[in-house]
Structures are given as structure tokens and as C-alpha cells.
Unconditional design. Structure first.
Length: 352
């Protein structure tokens, strides 16, 4: 993604200007969006790199379409949002096309201490991550999640912080609401995936990715959990809102097998790595998107490792994965859509 390349270049420049420990650009970005605890995990005497296997459990988060979203909790939390000046409430405040000036105004409301302009000059949407333009000596935050129109109360923020990785739909929607500044407590979780790592060297990497639809069905938000460890730039990092009737050309498009671009969307990114670059051993890529209408399954494969079938519902998919097998850039991540006959419909992640 363009944002990611720009941020990587900027962080590399900062790294050259400031004496840092041995970090490549990808590691600096990882440190920025994963925090000190995760950096220590990655760098602790090469412990992670020496692990041959990890106890891995991937489970689908319960679908509130069958279990319910706990309306009692959602109704109680609705009063814990206050309006954001000049921003529509609810889903109307999500995925709005806005100017850079408006994006920076909203970021200043969310991060009062961040006195920095945002990178780029156009293509800004509410409820998406954007990188700040960094200078020598810049400190965090490095990215702004441009907020929607529902500011969560201190009590709601505290509840999300106390339970950053909930295993129930109400808690997940509450935490996504805090991240997006959009009241999503009565939204529907369309599809989700959960990665629970229990091996001691990987416990800090547990996470979830979900796609929730608004009651009107017109707006979709992709959200990562836990929110206190989410930093990033570009599409799909942290939280991203989509207006299905206004996707435009500023969202990533799925390449079809013949090389053309389809109408479907996909956003894939590395959630953390303990090695050089983003296409190597022991990284944790996550992905979400909308596959071609006749997709029967989404198959994920990292390098030459085992294949994994991602959760898929009504064309939407979301996955979290753990790469345990080192591989090179010549053997990258593969995310592909197939129909019922096994025919390849689309490569949902660019492959060389």
C-alpha cells in the first residue's frame, strides 16, 4: 500500500538520524504498532526464532446472527457515547470522504498531544488509519485512526482496556466502537476469526479480526482486537470503514487471474514479525475483504507451509494466521478464492 511505503521510508530516515538498536524498517513499524512488550518478545535472545512449533488454536468467534449481540449490554452502552463536533452520529460518521484539513481536525480531537500534519493530500476517509508526517525527533502516535461521530466515555474506554480480547460478541463490538468512535454496539458481526496462542513465546500475539455490518446493511467496518496494541497505516490496519455504495477507487482491488482488477476488495498486512522484511519466517499476517460472489472457499498458505481455509460468510472473509515455517520472498503469502469446482477465481494477495 502507498501509505505503508511512505511510512516505511520516513521511519527508515528517522532510524538513520537517531541511534537505535538493530531494527530494520519493518521492525521499527512493528515496534510502533506493537509496543514494548511485543518487541521484547521478538528480541528476547532469539527465543521466538528458535521455536519449532507453537500451540495454535484458531476458532471462529460466535456469530451474533445465531447467538445474539446481548441487546441489554448494547442498550446500556449507547448512552456512553457523546457527539463529536461537526461529525454525523452512528454509521453516517463512518467512511465519509473528507478533506485533509477535516481529517487533521478530527485527529486533533482524538489525539490532543499530536501536533503533526498527516501524510498525503487526498483520499481521506473517516474511520481509517492514516500516518502522520514525521520529522527528526518525532514521538508517537505515528498514526491516527480518524474518528467517527461517537466519542466513547471514559468508562467505556476503561471497560475495553480491562477486557482487550473479549470472547463474546457484545465485548468485541464494544471494543471496536471504542477504536472507531462509532457506536457499533447494535451492529452484526458478519464474519470473524480468532487466533489464541498459548505457547509462552507467542502469547503476546493472540488476536482477532472481525467484519461487522451496520443495521442498515450499507456500512461495513473491519476491526482488529485487542485495540491497545493496534497501530498502523494504510487499509486494513486497526479499523477500516467501508460504504458499500461508495467504494470508489481508493480501496484495494482484488486482481483477477488474467491480471485485471475486479470490483471486490481485499486488505492483507503483516501483523508482526521477528525477522527481516514482511515475507519471511514466523510472521502473523491478517486479512479481510469481500471475495467474488461465487467463492466457495478462501485458502491461505504462508510460504510452503500448510494451507488454511479462512472463515467465509456471504462473500466476506477474515483470517488471522501464524507463520511457523521460515521462507523467502520468492515463496510468499498466498490468499486465493476458489469456486465449488476448485477453479481459481482470484488471488486475494499479490503474488509475484
Amino acid at each position: 500500500m502507498e501509505d505503508t511505503r511512505e511510512v516505511s521510508a520516513e521511519l527508515r530516515r528517522l532510524a538513520d538520524a537517531e541511534s537505535l538498536d538493530h531494527f530494520d524498517t519493518a521492525t521499527v513499524v512493528t515496534r510502533g504498532h506493537r509496543g514494548l512488550r511485543r518487541r521484547r518478545l521478538l528480541g528476547a535472545g532469539g527465543a521466538v526464532a528458535g521455536v519449532a512449533a507453537a500451540a495454535l488454536a484458531v476458532t471462529l468467534i460466535p456469530n451474533p446472527g445465531t447467538t445474539g449481540n446481548n441487546p441489554g449490554v448494547a442498550a446500556a452502552e449507547n448512552s456512553q457515547f457523546s457527539p463529536v463536533p461537526g461529525v454525523p452520529r452512528g454509521e453516517d460518521g463512518a467512511a465519509q470522504r473528507i478533506s485533509k484539513q477535516e481529517a487533521e481536525r478530527r485527529c486533533a480531537l482524538r489525539y490532543p498531544g499530536a501536533k503533526k500534519p498527516l501524510m498525503k493530500t487526498s483520499g481521506f476517509r473517516s474511520v481509517s488509519s492514516r500516518a502522520y508526517a514525521l520529522k527528526n525527533g518525532s514521538t508517537g502516535p505515528f498514526f491516527c485512526i480518524i474518528p467517527g461521530g461517537d466519542k466513547p466515555s471514559a468508562a467505556l474506554v476503561a471497560a475495553a482496556k480491562a477486557d482487550p480480547f473479549p470472547d463474546n460478541p457484545a465485548g468485541q463490538l464494544r471494543n471496536c466502537s471504542v477504536n472507531a468512535w462509532v457506536d457499533m454496539t447494535n451492529w452484526h458481526i458478519q464474519v470473524s476469526d480468532r487466533l489464541s496462542l498459548t505457547e509462552k513465546n507467542y502469547t503476546g500475539f493472540s488476536g482477532a479480526l472481525l467484519i461487522a455490518t451496520s443495521p442498515s446493511g450499507k456500512t461495513v467496518i473491519a476491526c482488529q482486537l485487542p485495540i491497545d496494541e493496534i497501530r498502523g497505516g494504510g487499509y486494513g490496519w486497526g479499523v477500516t470503514a467501508l460504504r458499500l455504495g461508495d467504494l470508489g477507487t481508493d480501496y484495494p482491488r482484488v486482481p483477477w487471474p488474467d491480471g485485471t482488477r475486479g470490483k471486490d476488495i481485499a486488505a492483507i498486512h503483516p501483523a508482526g514479525t521477528d525477522c527481516q522484511g514482511t515475507a519471511c519466517g514466523r510472521s502473523l499476517p491478517t486479512g479481510w475483504g469481500r471475495a467474488p460472489a461465487n467463492t466457495a472457499k478462501i485458502v491461505v498458505q504462508i510460504g510452503s507451509g500448510p494451507t488454511y481455509e479462512a472463515p467465509l460468510a456471504d462473500g466476506w472473509f477474515a483470517f488471522t494466521a501464524l507463520d511457523k515455517t521460515p521462507h523467502s520472498a520468492a515463496d510468499p503469502l498466498k490468499v486465493r478464492a476458489y469456486d465449488q469446482t476448485g477453479k481459481l477465481l482470484a488471488k486475494l494477495y499479490p503474488e509475484k
